[in-house]
Design a protein around this ligand. Structure first.
Ligand SMILES: NC(=O)c1ccc[n+]([C@@H]2O[C@H](COP(=O)([O-])OP(=O)(O)OC[C@H]3O[C@@H](n4cnc5c(N)ncnc54)[C@H](OP(=O)(O)O)[C@@H]3O)[C@@H](O)[C@H]2O)c1
Length: 281
């Protein structure tokens, strides 16, 4: 039913390159939105304890009638729970809220290098145990900078399968992305549309007009051709369908490069910088 390619992860598992993100979807709307996403053909859902809708994601997967094994579900460890005992309890709550015996991918949501005495290493070792006992098929990180990844490489045994980072045409985040490429860590691009902001860009609009696609389709296609994994969020049914129709056209290399050139570096960042973000409330 779906033409979505899979990306092979460094642990041998694979992940659909296109998914559906549920950040900022209120719990009361999440079952309906996720069920519709699954009807459209999405087979990868990106949630987090922080989003407050894991319970509803699990309910939607069950209500879809699909086999659990046909839907790739990611969740993330919230910032308050980095200490290993807390992380173990939080992971159990995530599984219980989802109503699953495993997640396909579990991430440390933020590195928080200024909290917990800078110790995200023992948190990562805790995730290694979730992978070893099979309750997380794959494990990864989110918002990790190169020095954080280097520290994991020096002090632990398992290389993260993915690093989920802010990445869109105004923030290429190239140093982190290319480190991932060199070390077998797949890049997941969060806020792939910069929450809609890049869709008004004149260069993107011009390319969209010329190839007969929408600006969102052009931006998502650009991500896919650069090898990133994406999971745009929308609660608008026609946009959810539009964001799934990416596999019957291709951008020319010149158009990919033109979008690359829109990078604004740090000025293009939407969310907090991972080195400074210190919210664990
Ligand atoms: N790890 C992290 O720290 C982190 C941080 C942020 C996000 N994420 C993940 O990344 C996912 C996506 O990021 P995001 O939700 O921040 O932003 P996004 O996907 O870049 O953009 C979502 C916004 O764009 C609009 N939109 C979506 N498709 C559109 C289309 N075809 N045309 C016009 N507008 C469109 C949506 O509006 P409507 O809903 O009104 O249609 C919504 O306002 C999240 O859901 C979450 O899973 C992770």
């Amino acid at each position: 039913m779906s033409d979505v390619p899979s990306i092979q992860l460094n642990d041998g598992n694979s992940i659909p390159q296109l998914g559906f993100g549920v950040f900022q979807i209120p719990p009361e709307d999440t079952v309906e939105a996720t069920k519709l996403a699954l009807e459209i053909g999405y087979r990868h859902i990106d949630t987090a304890e922080m989003y407050g809708n894991e319970r509803e994601v699990g309910e939607a997967v069950r209500a879809s009638g699909l086999d659990r094994g046909d839907v790739f579900v990611t969740s993330k460890l919230n910032n308050s729970y980095h200490e290993p005992d807390e992380a173990r309890a939080a992971f159990e709550r995530t599984l219980s809220d989802l109503g699953f015996d495993h997640v396909d991918l579990f991430l440390i949501h933020w590195p928080l290098p200024t909290l917990y005495d800078g110790d995200f290493v023992s948190t990562w070792r805790t995730l290694e145990a979730f992978k070893a006992d099979g309750r997380a098929r794959s494990i990864g990180v989110s918002n990790f900078q190169v020095d954080h990844l280097e520290r994991l490489a020096a002090e632990t045994d398992v290389v993260p399968a993915v690093n989920q980072i802010e990445l869109h045409p105004y923030l290429l985040n190239e140093e982190v992305r290319s480190y991932g490429e060199e070390h077998g860590i797949a890049t997941e691009a969060w806020s792939p549309l910069k929450q809609g902001e890049v869709l008004d860009d004149a260069a993107i609009a011009e390319i969209a007009e010329r190839v007969g696609r929408t600006p969102a389709q052009v931006v998502l296609r650009w991500h896919l051709q650069r090898g990133s994994i994406v999971f745009p969020k929308s609660t608008t049914p026609e946009r959810m369908r539009e964001n799934f129709e990416l596999f019957d056209f291709e951008l020319e290399p010149g158009d990919v490069e033109r979008i690359d050139d829109l990078d604004r570096g740090e000025a293009g960042r939407n969310g907090p910088h991972p080195d400074q973000f210190a919210y664990a409330g």
